[in-house]
Design a protein around this ligand. Structure first.
Ligand code: NAD
Ligand code: UGA
Length: 438
């Protein structure tokens, strides 16, 4: 099977590489010539664990190639996936479909015979039909089908998520398209992955509903965390206590500084906008958006309180990316929290294992080589992202480097009693503050 993947970002590159590993012949296209040149030279432009291995193996096997020219990639393809960005449109939060529409036009001009054109980008309900119209207008005689195939992978575990998804969702209207999509995902049948065929509208909505539901779960537990702090309860016990109920499930119940990333923030905004436009506003999603926005600021204020004011203080910040195992800084809580602390007069010494390159473009802080360098001479430390390497820091060394043994852990990666015993004042989320016991 020959596949063209338009857009070689987090989703396009992972999907293209994994589909080539399934045995298909895949051409990944990107309009950014530098990105394509890097990929051709074997350099991966993003950080995603094990993506380099999958790309290298399949490039070597001749199943995965890179192109800037859509026409070359699309010629003879059985399926053409659109995996370009759909950022928030400025002003109203609607998904900006400029890139999707532009890709559709380019595909229309380039197709040489029947293919299924698949929207893999997260797109509002109705987009697949819009794309179909764009292609039909430019090529009235062309034989093609449209399908919607949203992607559910997470950054940081994208390869596993793609290889072993909970489900694959495909929206399409014809048996011919269904046949091709079944063939694309055939290796997953071996793992008995459910493949759900729906209408295009249902498929498009499933993606937004899934992201909005997960964002709601996070926002819910974050509000429970606030209650926990007032009443002396422990949010981790509460998460476990409700999560063990099979109807609720324990995942996505980690309280923290609010969700970030390239998808939950923009997709909740887009769903809110779609619902408003349809005259069926979704008050739950509206609340999720506003609670999450205020949470990032509330966390910055929590840090300020823990320091008893930050003016003139030096703060070590560990973790800048929106989650661990990625270099992605899009909508990261750090982008709200760090500037807030700086405005209040703090000096920030930060470290992130993979995010430093992106962070350098987005914030003006002292970027350190490791956690201990950030801690050296600081008045306290804040953990913003739960990278594994922050989970087992050497307490004695930290205490010796810090001016004051103060830790604000917005990801709850340490236990309050353990921190108290190590001599720290320890402020976390949804749990009582621990005072040093020695
Ligand atoms: P990204 O910004 O990392 O990558 C998009 C790529 O598309 C860029 O490299 C850009 O140069 C390229 N591009 C844009 N227009 C093009 C064109 N006409 N021809 C060729 N290349 C073009 O975006 P992403 O994070 O990979 O997200 C892509 C889509 O997938 C979005 O709709 C997003 O919501 C969705 N999604 C993302 C994730 C994720 O974890 N990042 C997960 C699931 C779904
Ligand atoms: C999310 C979804 O999990 C994917 O299924 C989806 O495909 C993707 O969005 C997308 O549409 O792009 P991702 O944004 O990569 O994936 O990362 P998540 O692990 O979902 O984390 C998102 C944010 O929520 C992070 O800021 C994370 O720290 C936060 N989070 C997550 C919590 O605060 N608590 C949790 O329990 C889980």
């Amino acid at each position: 099977m020959r596949i063209a993947m338009i857009g070689t970002g987090y989703v396009g590159l992972v999907s293209g590489a994994c589909l080539s590993e399934f045995g298909h012949s895949v051409v990944c296209v990107d309009k950014e010539a530098d990105k394509v040149a890097a990929l051709k030279a074997g350099t991966i432009p993003i950080y995603e664990p094990r993506l380099d291995e999958v790309v290298a193996t399949n490039t070597k096997a001749g199943r995965l190639t890179f192109e800037t020219d859509i026409a070359k990639a699309v010629r003879g393809a059985d399926a053409v996936f659109i995996a370009v960005g759909t950022p928030s449109r400025r002003g109203d939060g609607h998904a900006d479909l400029t890139y999707v529409h532009a890709a559709a036009e380019e595909i229309a001009r380039a197709l040489t015979g029947y293919a299924v054109v698949v929207t893999k980008s997260t797109v509002p309900v109705g987009t697949s039909r819009e794309v179909e119209k764009i292609i039909r207008k430019l090529r009235p005689d062309l034989e093609f089908d449209m399908a919607s195939n949203p992607e559910f992978l997470r950054e940081g575990s994208a390869i596993d998520d793609f290889r072993r998804p909970d489900r694959v969702v495909v929206g399409c209207d014809t048996e011919r398209a269904r046949e091709i999509m079944r063939e694309v995902y055939r290796p997953l049948y071996l793992h008995e992955t459910p493949i759900l065929f729906t209408s295009r509208e249902s498929s498009e909505l499933i993606k937004y509903a899934a992201n909005a539901f997960l964002a709601t779960k996070i926002t819910f537990i974050n509000e429970m965390a606030d209650i926990c702090e007032k009443v002396g309860a422990d949010v981790q016990d509460v998460s476990r206590g409700i999560g063990l109920d099979g109807r609720i499930g324990g995942k996505f119940l980690h309280a923290g500084p609010g969700f970030g990333g390239s998808c939950f923030p923009k997709d909740t905004l887009a769903l809110r906008k779609t619902a408003q436009d349809l005259g069926t506003p979704t008050r739950i999603v509206e609340a999720v958006v506003s609670v999450n926005d205020s949470r990032k600021l509330a966390m910055a204020e929590k840090i300020e309180r823990a320091f008893g004011g930050v003016n003139g203080k030096t703060i070590a910040v560990l973790g800048l990316t929106f989650k661990p195992n990625t270099d992605d800084m899009r909508d990261a809580p750090s982008l709200v929290i760090v500037p807030f602390l700086q405005r209040k007069g703090a000096t920030i010494r930060a470290f992130d294992p993979e995010g430093v390159k992106e962070a350098r473009k987005l914030m003006n802080v002292e970027l350190c080589r490791d956690a201990y360098e950030a801690l050296d001479g600081s008045d306290g430390v804040v953990i913003l992202t739960e990278w594994n390497e922050f989970r087992a820091l050497d307490m004695a060394r930290m205490k010796a480097l810090l001016k004051t043994p103060l830790m604000i852990d917005l990801r709850n990666i340490y236990r309050p009693n353990q921190m108290a015993q190590a001599g720290f004042t320890y402020v976390s989320v949804g749990r009582a503050t621990a005072a040093p016991s020695r």
